[in-house]
Design a protein. Sequence first.
Length: 453
Amino acid sequence: MTHSLPLSEYKWRRQQLLAQLPPCSAVLLPAAKLRYRNRDAEYAFRQSSDFLYLSGFAEPDALMLLLKNASAESESILFVLPRDPAQEVWTGYRAGAEGAVEQFGFERGFSLDQQSEQLPGLLACCERIYYPFSEPVQGPDSLVAQIQGWCQQLQSKARSSAGAPQQLQNIEPLLHEMRLIKSDAEQQLLREAAKISAQAHCLAMQSCRPGMFEYQLEADIAHSFGQQGCRFAAYGTIVGGGANGCVLHYTQNRDALQDGDLVLIDAGCELDGYAGDITRTFPVNGRFSADQKILYQCVLDAQQAAIAAIRPGARFDDPHLAALQVLVAGLVEHGLLKGEVEALIASEAYKPFYMHRTSHWLGLDVHDVGDYQRDAESRRLQPGMVLTIEPGLYIAPDSEQVEPRWRGIGIRIEDDLLVTGQGSELLSWDVPKQIAEIEALMAQNRVHEADHG
Ligand code: GLY
Ligand code: MN
Ligand code: MN
């Protein structure tokens, strides 16, 4: 099965971006570079998400140039690593300049070593150059230094010829607004990424046993992703047993899982660059204790209240506020906080137990791009946006503030949601989160084991 988007979608994105720029504009966008993990051993290459979004091109070091001339005609050009049989024996196939045109639908392709020869001429008719301002500005090889060099070359010729760009602008605000609203094809990939991620969580619930190590559940997740066609996780898988579940980005995953503890797994696959991001918390031995049930149900109720608050026109913060109401009411009901719910929310008294936000955008990046505010206010949700809903409770093992029975419990429940015309679509529906459903799934497997064991 191939999940790649059609070339027409990438072309459409480039056209849409240029359509928002005035005539005589250029966009320059660099690909990611290979990075070394240690001597001679590279990290697996991951294309920059902006570059991938506009090209689908997954080789390092390339440079994209999008042009819109004085007559508003557009052209897209890709500078790429040249074909080189001797190199390709080591590193694998390269598309080369011809492939940029034939396989990736660019109007022109050049080898990267033609950059300094070609770029000043190509930029001569442009009044402004857009590039990503988050690119590093330091170093002679930085894009910013290169752009300055090309502009200076043009400037020195300006008296005799056309001119030189006078303005540098940030392309990120426009590009990231486009990435924030997912097309039908992107929605389908995110749906599929969530389904694959959900299946991996189900497998981990079924294979979990007291005495296993956290890294073994991590391996089950990775195995499931791979078997379903995803070689990579979208971020480092978190498997935290007991109090390790209170460490928000715990990725050491090295401890043994204890009978009687909960285990928190935050894991999502990457499918054609698109991320899943799911968290489930479940009992290592398959049965929640009475105290675990109480706090788990608070988080689940908060999560469901937050999901119910997603609709077009609602503010991005509304799900967070809905989750807080339920969480804080639960903490008061069970004696972890004392006082009035509204006052406890206003004074942020819940922060020792819930210190992060409830949502972030999801897409090519797990914490995807796109502003969260408009005119200093939380922005309104629109169909096509995809976000997570991930409330949690984290009671530190040494918390003096609460009765000993609550200490060391860490819970997060995270799902992926698409904003639709009416409300939302739960993309990560395919993994249980109700207490009874989780216990039933975990018990199924254990009965099976008793029958055959
Ligand atoms: N996995 C990172 C997050 O949930 O935001
Ligand atoms: Mn998340
Ligand atoms: Mn997550």
